[in-house]
Write a protein that binds this ligand. Structure first.
Ligand SMILES: Cc1cc2nc3c(=O)[nH]c(=O)nc-3n(C[C@H](O)[C@H](O)[C@H](O)COP(=O)(O)O)c2cc1C
Length: 168
């Protein structure tokens, strides 16, 4: 899809059909995630692909919305703490790296006609338990992945002059 069209096409999908996601589409969106840039190319992340079928009740503990647990697939990204790059003032870029990876994945999913929704408001302890994460792996964000069962809403965004400062 043409890029300007693609970024307008993506929206937070909060209703999914139970149609399965084709394995080839899943492979392509994971490949887009793999190709994302990370600071100093450290690639300090791990993606988890969760097939939801039969696990909806367990998944509700992570994020208790019907549309989250009823999407056919959920993908989560974890930051491998200590493996990312930190600037000399201590600023750790792991959160930024994982967000870029997830954005690649989400835009690639949009390109495949799939819906997604960034989920940051999940229960981290429940996510840790479900994914059996060791201490140094931090769950950062999840997204359901599936075919949308809802129409897009118009985007509400601030005007550019509120968001951009030009220094000349
Ligand atoms: C980092 C991040 C975390 C988010 N967490 C949640 C969430 O926990 N639950 C939810 O329903 N939407 C969540 N969203 C979706 C935002 O509410 C949504 O992207 C925003 O309102 C703009 O709408 P749009 O995605 O349809 O363009 C999150 C978005 C981002 C970028």
């Amino acid at each position: 899809m043409e890029f300007q069209k693609l970024i307008r096409q993506r929206y937070s999908v909060r209703a999914y059909k139970n149609t399965p996601v084709e394995a080839q589409k899943l492979d392509r969106i994971l490949e887009a995630a793999r190709l994302a840039p990370t600071a100093v190319n450290r690639q300090p992340f791990r993606l988890f692909v969760i097939k939801t079928s039969g696990r909806q009740e367990e998944l509700r503990r992570i994020y208790n919305k019907d549309w989250f647990v009823n999407a056919p697939v959920i993908i989560g990204i974890c930051y491998l703490r200590g493996k990312g790059w930190a600037r000399k003032d201590g600023k750790d870029f792991g959160g930024i790296d994982t967000a870029i990876v997830m954005d690649h994945l989400i835009l690639a999913a949009t390109d495949e006609g799939l819906g997604t929704c960034w989920i940051g408001a999940f229960d981290p302890e429940a996510a840790r338990e479900f994914l059996e994460l060791p201490e140094d792996m931090e769950p950062v964000v999840f997204t359901p992945v599936g075919y949308p069962d809802i129409e897009p809403k118009e985007k509400r965004r601030k005007p550019l002059d509120e968001l951009v400062t030009y220094l000349e």
